[in-house]
Ligand binder design. Sequence first.
Ligand SMILES: C[S@@+](CC[C@H](N)C(=O)[O-])C[C@H]1O[C@@H](n2cnc3c(N)ncnc32)[C@H](O)[C@@H]1O
Length: 152
Amino acid sequence: MPTEDSFVRDCFGGEMIALLDVGGEGRYATAMNLNPSAEKTLGLDKGQPIPNRIDGRAEDIPLPDSSVKTIIVERTPLRNESIQELARVATDDATLVFRHPVDEHSDPHARVKEQINGEVDIDQLELDGQLVQQLTIRHVKQAAPPKRYSHR
Ligand SMILES: C[S@@+](CC[C@H](N)C(=O)[O-])C[C@H]1O[C@@H](n2cnc3c(N)ncnc32)[C@H](O)[C@@H]1O
């Protein structure tokens, strides 16, 4: 049974993960992409393999506590379990960025703001021609009860 430290060393050369794109398909060259799908689902590259992929879901991230410095979640389902998992794998002082379509009837990031503490900044931008709300939380404080990593 690997320890948390040996798991990180074996998978990532002993480095913490600098950038994790949850539901990512390869938009960011330096990111690790956490995705249950092995293939891209959007755009002209649909069906092509997702690079730098970690096979997994946001609700059950196969990484140790406090192992990721920056997390981005773009247009990917956000369940309460996922929000708790993001808080668990974020390092102290991490930055989290969420981008989800603007909805005039409800705040797409309301539950994130309730569950993760830090310095909040809200903006709007276009992503592939779609208007999205960008929520940035800097200097994340541990908001979720830490869960021990177990090898799956
Ligand atoms: C609409 S696409 C967005 C892709 C990319 N993030 C972007 O904005 O261009 C949603 C992506 O989320 C992935 N996905 C779906 N459920 C997920 C989950 N529970 N955890 C992580 N990724 C998930 C899908 O496989 C798909 O790649």
